[in-house]
Design a protein around this ligand. Structure first.
Ligand code: AHG
Ligand code: MN
Ligand code: MN
Length: 343
């Protein structure tokens, strides 16, 4: 008998012995993982599968969609709509929420996703991924105190990240790796292509509290606010500067891949507010990028903030809301938070 632990077995154990997840959440996560497997196959085919290049359309945020953005979005919708565990879905690539069609039973969960993260890396064969977050549909009451009518509205999705019941991502790189939390630490699963299943390859993932590696798009330096400028400037001064140590820099431009590196060996990731579009809080999206990644990082002992407030405490105001993000090794995130309080 093989001693390998599959994702299915891990989830059954989370349900049965640890009591962390109910059966329908387990099924939901199995379906998301199956969808990621299918996206992974499409990614691997590349030019042979005709999946590269632009779709020549724009999403609600005015970004040009790649063919794979649309393919991944459709794979996730189709895989998840019929199982009976979901009430509705929301995606970076869709203007508004997607209700489970009437012909299928409706469940109590809401699924949010960035179907394809790192779109600018698709055509150049650099790691990309899928990010997902699961919330429970709120059990609302009407103004007269009676339970509200069944059905889902956009408002139901506007819950702070600390209310997530599961979050994760799948990175399509040299290996396809699914990383998951259901509130019991972070576990990593590698896709075994011969078996066709995700196999547990690391449990209890921990982000070291200290690091000498930062990730930021340096080309935006002239647009940054002072606290970010000060932090990076001190890192760049290395051994001779106030930090007294040299720093290394990495920027993959796929949040999944940058976060995966940080979960693996530590580091700090910043996509801060900047002056290019001052009315926007940041580039990254709160509900389907920052929240799931922040919960994973916190579950691994790291920290995540917008510079002032813990990301998981932020009350979203709208579905496609953006946010400034600083996450990773705890002591660096605390230092950056302190600079924001001081300057
Ligand atoms: P997406 O491909 O889903 O739009 O997300 C891309 C995001 C994120 O993954 C990455 O960290 C960042 O955009 C890169 O932005 P720059 O190209 O501005 O560096
Ligand atoms: Mn993204
Ligand atoms: Mn995307």
């Amino acid at each position: 008998m093989s001693s390998k632990i599959s994702l299915s077995r891990y989830l059954v154990e989370q349900q049965r012995s640890k009591g962390h997840i109910p059966a329908d959440l387990r099924l939901l996560l199995e379906v998301v993982a199956r969808a990621c497997k299918s996206i992974s196959h499409a990614v691997n085919k590349g030019a042979l599968g005709g999946v590269l290049g632009s779709a020549e359309s724009e999403n609600v945020q005015g970004e040009v969609q790649k063919k794979l953005d649309i393919i991944a979005n459709e794979v996730l919708l189709e895989a998840n709509e019929w199982g009976g565990h979901l009430a509705a879905m929301a995606s970076e690539e869709m203007d508004s929420i997607y209700l489970v069609p009437n012909r299928y039973p409706q469940g109590e969960y809401l699924l949010l996703f960035d179907p394809l993260d790192g779109s600018s890396n698709i055509d150049v064969n650099v790691s990309i991924g899928t990010i997902f977050s699961v919330l429970k549909k709120p059990e609302g009451t009407s103004q007269d105190g009676t339970p509200s009518a069944p059905g889902v509205t956009e408002q139901d999705f506007l819950q702070p990240g600390k209310q997530q019941v599961a979050a994760g991502y799948c990175v399509y790189g040299p290996q396809t790796t699914l990383v998951l939390t259901v509130g019991d630490g972070v576990a990593m699963f590698t896709l075994d292509r011969e078996q066709g299943s995700f196999v547990l390859t690391q449990e209890n993932v921990q982000v070291p509290a200290d690091t000498q590696e930062f990730a930021i798009n340096m080309s935006n330096m002239r647009h940054w606010a002072d606290p970010v400028r000060k932090y990076i400037d001190e890192c760049l001064q290395g051994k001779e500067g106030p930090r007294g140590k040299d720093f290394n820099m990495r920027w993959i431009a796929s949040m999944v891949a940058d976060v995966h590196r940080i979960l693996t060996r530590g580091g700090v990731f910043l996509y801060p507010w900047d002056k290019r579009e001052p009315h926007k809080a940041g580039k990254l999206r709160l509900l389907y990028e920052a929240n799931p990644m922040s919960w994973l990082i916190e579950q691994a002992g790291g920290a995540s903030t917008n510079g002032h407030t813990r990301i998981l405490d932020l009350q979203p105001g709208q579905l496609h809301e953006r946010v400034s993000v600083v996450l990773g090794s705890r002591n660096e995130v605390e230092r950056i938070t302190q600079y924001h309080a001081e300057i």
